[in-house]
Write a protein that binds this ligand. Sequence first.
Ligand code: ATP
Length: 593
Amino acid sequence: MLFADVADVFDRLEVTSSRLEMTSILSEFFKTLEPGSLRDIVYLSQGKLHPDFYPQELGMADKLVLRAVASISGTTGKAMDEVWKREGDPGKIAEVLIKKRAGQMSLFSEPLTLDRVLKNLALIENAEGRDSQDRKMKYFSQILRDSDPVEARYLCRIVTGRMRVGAGSMTILDALSEAFGTKGDRPDIERAFNITCDLGLVAETLASGGVDRIREMKVTVNNPIKVMLAERLPSIPMILDRMGGKCAMEFKYDGIRVQAHIDKGSVKLYSRRLEDMTSNFPDIAEELRKQCKAERAIIEGECVAVDPKTGGMLPFQNVTHRRKKHGMDKAVEEYPVKIFMFDILLAGDEDMTVFPFGERRSKLSEVFDLSDKVGLTAMEIIGTAEEGEAFFGRALGMKCEGILAKSLAPESVYRAGSRGFLWIKYKKDYEESLTDSFDLVVVGAFHGRGKRAGKYGALLMAAFDEESRKYCTVCKLGTGFDDAFLAELPDILDGYISEDRPHMVDAQMMPDVWFLPTIVLEVVAAEISLSPIHTAALGIVKEDAGLGLRFPRFTGRIRDDKGPEECTTVNEVLEMYEMQGRDCDPENSRASD
Ligand code: ATP
């Protein structure tokens, strides 16, 4: 297969903003592919060679890619610097410069097949150690040299991991069910993805074995599982009411969520973004290995920093020292951590995700011996508001953020990848402002004035609308930035500059610079109010008005544990808006799930 055919499909996807059209372009294409090639192309469409959790990445730096483009197109370093300043997308630069070079192409250039591209990309990915940059550059130049302008655009984007075609995992799943199943099969296909986090594997299994094989897929060690998430309600009586009068309540610890995959003595820890965090918590990995009595297990827990003298919990900032890439030995010594386990998803060979919460929790206690580094979350069965309030008070007394109520109903299975009312969180913050913090995506920036001249002065922030799969704006954020953060912002954001408004962004406000939705920041606000300019929940509460945040402030926490699609959703903003306007009477509880 020629790479030109793949690049042509990416190009058609990029110019369409309609998700339906994207789905149909992809599904028609998918039907023409062998299952193995389908798997590869699904990864490529995400700018990867492997699933998200695969430890190695292509990860070529923009500068290196531009050096290859300069040498092949015969552009001088200075001219290159100038276009790079104007254009944040190495793919676009390569396309323009290689178009200019057209006509001077070598008569001996080999056709660029998909196999050749994959082979060289694998070489790039595996290049390590001394000279690795030179070798990466050589393998990349070999394929870039034989590419036409559109192919060049996508080669550059694949190696830098920023595809800009707008076909996220949900669109790929839609296309797969259109190509190889029916609409009714979509939930099973999505579950297969949620329990494996491997889009390519799901695609190949579906194309080769049909929906029956997809239904047989089970959780497996070393295939991370998308995490289950909690809804929120504004009071304990409302939570109890929603849970049918009785539920389990647990402390909500403020640390780093970890999913541990334990297999006959080898342990891997994944973050909620599927990054391998084993090297950040080697002490926890080792302790879990020692304390686990089953051959195999997958558990989830929150890693919290503890005071080595008292064993008491320390604030979140302490555990962030374990997020660093370097100097981990020292951090392990200086910042002791304990994991509080709260769920088990695999025990031996048993897929625990299909069991109700109560059974999972009992299994968790059976499978592990506890120690000073491996514990269980504090949990109680609660049947009255008074018991719930007292438990909440104890959680705050232990420096926890609040509580998580968990359903004990027979249907309280582990819903991978979903936020629902089987888990409901209640935090101290709700008592004060009735809104939670928001994890919002940066979609634009405004140039600063006065003291902030020459820097970004404010950011345009968005929430994710799961229905339209667009990022809808909720506020302009200019408060809570210290000097260091302002200075750092261009480094954080400029790799994601977009020439125009990205078509997955829904905005009426015009920032000076647009960004591909990537970076997530934690924001607090005084209130959610109707807004004539913001597009979140536009027309839902009131015609011609959306919802916006009043007095938004950055908390200082970059949520690099969350991808853009994991940010606060428009639906959550809407729920919090309704929470604000209500007293805490269970009768008024919103009945949507
Ligand atoms: P937040 O920013 O409030 O932690 P979130 O979007 O990361 O929210 P939620 O599902 O809303 O996730 O809240 C649950 C989170 O709380 C989990 O992701 C986990 O990191 C943390 N947590 C702490 N204690 C528990 C517990 N006992 N059970 C489940 N999750 C817990």
